[in-house]
Design a protein around this ligand. Structure first.
Ligand SMILES: *Cc1c(COP(=O)(O)O)cnc(C)c1O
Length: 432
């Protein structure tokens, strides 16, 4: 299978865009080879520039819960575009999306829309610091919260793939108040509160991690964080940019029954257009300007095209049975992959939560960043390319999660497992 046109487009792109891409992981550095340039998407499929069709498990890194180009969303975007793309003044659409988000995400009473997940976490942390009048924030190794300076410490995702401990250009001062701990280790959190009494403004985390590969919380861990933050007067922030509307309709907080003070959202909430949001208890959110003194703004925030895409996506996604069917398809996929791997003697750790999943090529249980890194990434890279040759498009990095959509019907899942029935035994034949 030749990918000459993708290759040529990549060569042209590299001359005018750093690395040829506008977000690092897209460049395939974690698996080697050249990235596919995409021409179009429909349902569970994408087509590359050479006309090959693939079943897609990246889904734009999570947002596309209805699949590519879902008719109701595209129609609504078209209609709105005819009325203008931005006004810089309030619209009814913003209130409608806010009301829908509040009805779905249990801890959110008020919400502010921004343009990306990065903006959402930056703003939520500013809010936490303003509200508590404290400076320090706690994050976990391997958790990714966007590319704001203060959060580029032991971040997962592209930073993990590229093996950068940090990024040049981030001044020491920007991260001096960022404390980093291993995930799923409550005693470590307790110790930190003892070490920095009355100084910690907030703990921010991915309640189900997707940016060091898929790593769920241990039973009781999220509740433990809730208890500790409450006891020490710090806010608990769930970064649900990835998990929101994905691990359940109400996000990780609804799935695990633990309510954070603040929640950040992104990806799904924009239905494939650029949106982020942060929300939480009204009493805290009233600190945000112009209600309160904490400044945060955006020229295109609440953009009518993005609001429309988010609204229609969430309305369709929350119709009875849609999420449940997609969750069931995801479980079939993951248990199928695990069974095939076990059958041919390949050590694997596979799991899913709702419509998000992942697998590591390791015999060790994966609970944090250190154990995630025991995965055989060379084996992952070989397997990635074998899947690609069988027209299955997965994240080009071990340290990313996979995503399904309502368009991933049982038939599509079965076709995918047929590919794994070929690629995994072939992988077992090669020493890792
Ligand atoms: C993707 C992601 C972000 C960053 O969102 P962008 O829209 O890429 O800025 C933040 N947090 C989590 C958990 C994410 O998965």
């Amino acid at each position: 299978m030749t990918r000459d046109r993708s290759k040529a487009l990549y060569t042209a792109a590299r001359k005018v865009i750093p690395g040829g891409v506008n977000s690092p992981v897209r460049a395939f550095r974690g698996v080697g080879g050249d990235p596919l340039f995409i021409q179009r998407g429909q349902g569970p499929y994408i087509w590359d520039a050479d006309g090959h069709r693939y079943i897609d498990y990246v889904m734009s890194w999570g947002p596309l819960v209805l699949g590519h180009a879902p008719e109701p969303v595209i129609e609504a975007i078209r209609e709105q575009a005819g009325r203008g793309t931005s006004y810089g003044a309030p619209t009814e659409l913003e209130t409608q999306l806010a009301e829908l988000v509040i009805s779905l995400v249990p801890s959110v009473e008020m919400v502010r829309f921004v343009n990306s997940g990065t903006e959402a976490t930056m703003s939520a942390l500013r809010l936490a610091r303003a509200y508590t009048n404290r400076s320090k924030i706690v994050k976990f190794a391997g958790h990714y919260h966007g590319h704001a300076d203060m959060l580029l410490v032991q971040a997962g995702s592209g930073v993990a793939t590229l093996g950068l401990p940090d990024s040049p250009g981030v001044p020491a001062g920007a991260v001096q108040d960022t404390l980093t701990l291993p995930f799923n280790d409550l005693p470590a959190v307790e110790q930190l509160f003892a070490q920095f009494p009355d100084q910690i403004a907030a703990i921010i985390l991915e309640p189900v991690v997707g940016n060091m590969g898929f790593v769920p919380p241990q039973p009781g861990y999220l509740q433990g964080l809730r208890d500790l933050t409450r006891k020490h007067g710090a806010l608990l922030i769930f970064d649900e940019v990835m998990t929101g509307f994905r691990v359940s309709l109400g996000g990780a907080q609804a799935r695990y029954g633990v309510m954070p003070d603040l929640t950040t959202l992104g990806k799904v909430i924009g239905g494939g257009l650029p949106v982020g949001a942060y929300g939480g208890r009204a009493e805290i959110m009233q600190t945000v300007a112009p209600s309160g003194p904490m400044y945060q703004a955006g020229t295109l925030s609440g953009n009518p095209l993005a609001m429309t895409a988010g609204l229609v996506t969430l309305r369709e996604w929350s119709k009875p049975g849609v999420f449940e069917r997609t969750e069931a398809a995801t479980q079939t996929l993951v248990s199928g992959i695990a069974d095939i791997a076990r059958h041919c003697g390949i050590p694997i750790q596979a799991g899913s939560a709702g419509t998000m999943f992942g697998y590591f090529f390791t015999s060790q249980p994966v609970t944090d960043y250190a154990s995630a890194r025991t995965s055989d990434t060379a084996r992952f890279a070989r397997h990635f390319h074998a899947l690609l040759d069988r027209r299955i498009y997965t994240a080009p990095s071990q340290f990313e999660a996979g995503f399904t959509s309502a368009a991933h019907t049982p038939d599509i899942i079965e076709q995918t497992l047929d590919a794994f029935r070929v690629t995994l035994p072939a992988l077992a034949a090669v020493p890792s």
